[in-house]
Design a protein around this ligand. Structure first.
Ligand SMILES: C[S@@+](CC[C@H](N)C(=O)[O-])C[C@H]1O[C@@H](n2cnc3c(N)ncnc32)[C@H](O)[C@@H]1O
Length: 217
């Protein structure tokens, strides 16, 4: 391997880790997101601004126009869904944690308590699937066999509910290049999608944003 190639490869593995990742030490979102943590999250103006900014970028990347229907996976207290609603989109939000779902309890968000690893909706009913800062919880499963099964089921669920030509966009925080590729690989394996990763600010680990952007074939 030439020096340049080695440099490039090294760069690809530099992930910025400011705090210990909750999905890595807690493993279970229901254990980590206690009512106190949910309150702290939901009332943080800075988190709201950051998540809105990411949602805005996602809408731009999928070229969505109102009143398209978004499914917001791992919606939390609804920062992305509220932003989408205000822009005239329709939303269904899904989260495993009832404390998050009931925090603001806005009926227009159509929230459902469910686990993204084993959920079903009406086939071909959704225009866009969005997920902001949530998919890393699946990637944190340390048992490889289980993780692969979760990703396989999750990708099939997404393929099934999207309308033909629908799109999916996930912004997430992989802990490594391998974790990021694993998600892309499992979605590619089922042959229902085409697309790639979009990486904003790739050279700056602090500002880097990673998206998986896929079209339903
Ligand atoms: C960091 S929060 C992000 C919330 C929201 N998307 C936002 O941008 O503010 C991660 C969310 O993923 C949810 N989550 C984690 N694992 C999940 C699963 N298996 N099924 C559904 N939701 C899950 C958590 O409950 C939490 O609300």
């Amino acid at each position: 391997m030439g020096k340049n190639r080695q440099e490039q490869k090294k760069k690809a593995y530099e992930f910025f880790i400011k705090h210990q990742r909750p999905e890595e030490f807690a493993k279970d979102p229901l254990i980590y997101y206690t009512p106190e943590r949910v309150k702290e999250y939901a009332e943080s103006k800075s988190l709201m601004r950051i998540q809105e900014g990411i949602t805005k970028r996602c809408v731009e990347l999928v070229h969505a126009a109102p009143p398209a229907l978004f499914l917001d996976i791992g919606m939390g207290c609804g920062f992305a869904s509220v932003f989408l609603n205000l822009k005239g989109f329709r939303t269904i939000g899904l989260d495993i944690n009832r404390f998050f779902l009931s925090y603001y309890s806005l009926p227009e968000l159509n929230s459902i308590q469910a686990d993204m690893r084993e959920f079903r909706l009406r086939p071909r009913s959704i225009d866009f699937i969005i997920s902001i800062s949530a998919v890393q919880w699946i990637l944190a499963e340390s048992d490889e066999q289980k993780r692969r099964q979760y990703l396989k089921d999750f990708s099939q669920f997404c393929a099934e509910i999207l309308k033909p030509q629908g799109k999916l966009i996930f912004q997430f925080y992989p802990k490594s290049d391998e974790a990021m590729m694993e998600l892309g690989h499992e979605f590619k394996e089922i042959g229902a999608f085409e697309g790639n990763f979009v990486i904003d600010n790739p050279e700056n680990p602090k500002k880097r944003r990673i998206f998986l952007l896929l079209d339903r074939l």
